[in-house]
Design a protein. Structure first.
Length: 234
């Protein structure tokens, strides 16, 4: 059954030419005009890459610090011990500790957005692999969430560090800001993210790497960006 859209959405959708491939600048200027919600919506980027994630050498996974952050206030849980607990809290972690938080998670507690752990705690976190893994919250060195320098990691994620990973369909979805950001700031965030995606292109990826690129607001229509033009700009 087709999803029924409200009158406001249908009016806003008329602003977007579904047959057109926009430049990044055009798309980001237009996306801020497609607000339909009463709350401040998130600006999201959706990519489909020319990779086969079933092969280890075609995985696209990494992190990037967005120049202007995502606009979202993230809650960080630091799983660590000793003096690192104080370091994490001083750096801005919302929670920091070890066994007590592991036990809370096992009991169904999830009042956090990111888990950052020091390497010495990973054996204990292993028992939470199934619980955290299904929610995409399991710390991993490749995402910068397993590190001995927990203070720096906490600071970076609080400032807007973004972790991303291609899914089994070859797609990536990430937030790059809020609808009330200046267009120039959205552009800088978008370019920083896309530059990192381009840098991570697997050597095993053949043909067109950026297959589709689109931006949208949380409740708004997708706006397609010309991937060939974008590739030349990166």
């Amino acid at each position: 059954m087709a999803k029924k859209r409200g009158k406001k959405y249908l009016e806003i959708a008329k602003l977007v030419d579904k047959t057109k491939l926009y430049t990044a600048n055009e798309a980001l200027e237009l996306v801020t005009k497609t607000r339909t919600a009463k709350f401040v919506e998130t600006v999201e980027v959706a990519l489909r890459l020319g990779v086969d994630p079933r092969h280890a050498d075609q995985q696209v996974r990494g992190t990037v610090v967005l120049p202007h952050g995502t606009g979202k206030i993230v809650k960080i849980l630091a799983i660590t011990q000793g003096e690192n607990i104080d370091k994490a809290l001083e750096a801005g972690a919302d929670y920091a500790g070890a066994d007590e938080y592991i036990a809370k998670i096992q009991q169904g507690w999830f009042d956090f957005d990111i888990v950052i752990a020091t390497p010495d705690m990973m054996p204990k976190l292993g028992r939470l692999g199934r619980i955290l893994g299904t929610k995409g919250l399991m710390p991993n060195p490749k995402s910068g969430t397993v590190t001995a320098d927990i203070a720096t990691a906490v600071q970076e994620f609080k400032k807007g560090k973004l972790a991303f990973r291609v899914d089994k369909l070859g797609s990536i979805h990430v937030p790059i800001g809020k609808a009330d950001f200046e267009v120039a700031k959205l552009e800088e965030n978008f370019k920083a993210f896309m530059a990192e995606i381009n840098r991570l292109k697997p050597s095993a990826s053949k043909g067109q790497y950026l297959r589709t690129v689109a931006v949208s607001l949380t409740m708004g229509p997708g706006i397609k960006i010309d991937p060939i033009v974008l590739s030349k700009e990166l």
